[in-house]
Design a protein around this ligand. Structure first.
Ligand code: BGC
Length: 259
C-alpha cells in the first residue's frame, strides 16, 4: 500500500460522466475502484461541484483533489467551455470546488493536459526523450504538448484552423460517427490535421488518446505521417491520474523518483 505522499486523488469531468479515484503515484494505477456518476444536465458549475463532492465523499478521501475540465484553465479560472455548460466561463473553479470540498486544497487543469501528464509519466510517453504531443479524439480534439515531461498548458490545438475549418470539426471522432465515415476515410482527415501539427511543432512522438484509441489498430496504420504515433495506454484513467499528479505537484520526474 503506498504511503501518504505516494497517493493522490483525481476527478475527470467529462461531457457524459464525472469519474474519480485514488491514484498510486508510484505506478499511475488506481487504488480501488473508479467511481463514476453521470454528468448532471445542465452541467453547471454548482451541479458539477455537487457531483464531485459526492465522489470525494464516497471514496473517503481526505486530502488534496485535482480536477479536469474540458476548458482552458488559467490560475484556477475557466476561460472556455467547449463541451460543458457555458456558465463555466469566468468561474473560479478552484474556489468553487474548494468550497464544495470543505476548504481543502484543489488544483484544476484542462482534461487533455491531465491525460498528457499521465501518459508522459506512466504510459505511452514514458522514457521518450523530446517533445511529446498527445491528442484526444472524442467530441472534440484535446491537445497536450510536453517537452521532457514539462507541460505547455492550454494548447487548444483542436481549434486550430486546418484547410479553412477547425481541426476538431474536421477530425474529432464525433465527426466520424456523425458522418458515418469508415476508419480509413476518417484517418485521412486525421492525417491532414496531424501533418499540420507536425509542420509547426516537430514533435518526437504523437500519442493518440480518447475512446477511439482503444481501436487504434483500425485506423493508426492508415495515417501517413513523418512522426511516430502510438495509442494511449491509460485510456479511461488518464484524466484521473493526471489530475491526481497535478494535485500533488507530481511531475514526470517526480513520478519516476517515486517508482
Ligand atoms: C476543448 C478543449 C478540450 C477538448 C477535449 C475541446 O473542444 O476546447 O479544452 O481539451 O475539447 O475535451
Amino acid at each position: 500500500m503506498p504511503k501518504e505522499g505516494q497517493r493522490g486523488f483525481g476527478i475527470d469531468v467529462g461531457g457524459s460522466g464525472v469519474k474519480g479515484g485514488v491514484v498510486d503515484l508510484r505506478t499511475g494505477e488506481l487504488i480501488g475502484e473508479r467511481i463514476k456518476i453521470l454528468t448532471p444536465q445542465p452541467s453547471t458549475p454548482d451541479a458539477i461541484a455537487e457531483t464531485a463532492a459526492k465522489i470525494v465523499e464516497e471514496a473517503g478521501w481526505q486530502g488534496a483533489v485535482g480536477l479536469t475540465l474540458p476548458s482552458v484553465v488559467k490560475a484556477g479560472k475557466v476561460h472556455t467551455a467547449a463541451n460543458i455548460d457555458h456558465s463555466w466561463i469566468g468561474t473560479d473553479a478552484v474556489e468553487l470546488f474548494s468550497n464544495a470540498f470543505g476548504g481543502r486544497s484543489v488544483t484544476v487543469l484542462n482534461d487533455a493536459d491531465a491525460a498528457g501528464l499521465a501518459e508522459d509519466a506512466y504510459g505511452a510517453g514514458r522514457d521518450v526523450a523530446g517533445v511529446v504531443m498527445l491528442l484526444t479524439f472524442g467530441t472534440g480534439i484535446g491537445s497536450a504538448v510536453l517537452n521532457h515531461g514539462m507541460l505547455l498548458p492550454n494548447t487548444e490545438l483542436g481549434h486550430m484552423e486546418v484547410d479553412g475549418k477547425e481541426a476538431e470539426h474536421r477530425a474529432a471522432s464525433s465527426v466520424k460517427d456523425r458522418k458515418g465515415l469508415s476508419y480509413e476515410s476518417w484517418a485521412e482527415r486525421v492525417t491532414r490535421v496531424l501533418r499540420r501539427y507536425e509542420e509547426l511543432f516537430w514533435p518526437d512522438l504523437f500519442i493518440a488518446g480518447g475512446g477511439i484509441s482503444r481501436k487504434g489498430e483500425k485506423w493508426i496504420p492508415h495515417l501517413d505521417l513523418r512522426t511516430p504515433i502510438v495509442p494511449a495506454k491509460l485510456l479511461n484513467t488518464a484524466g484521473i491520474v493526471g489530475a491526481a499528479m497535478a494535485a500533488e505537484g507530481a511531475t514526470a520526474t517526480a513520478a519516476a523518483a517515486l517508482s
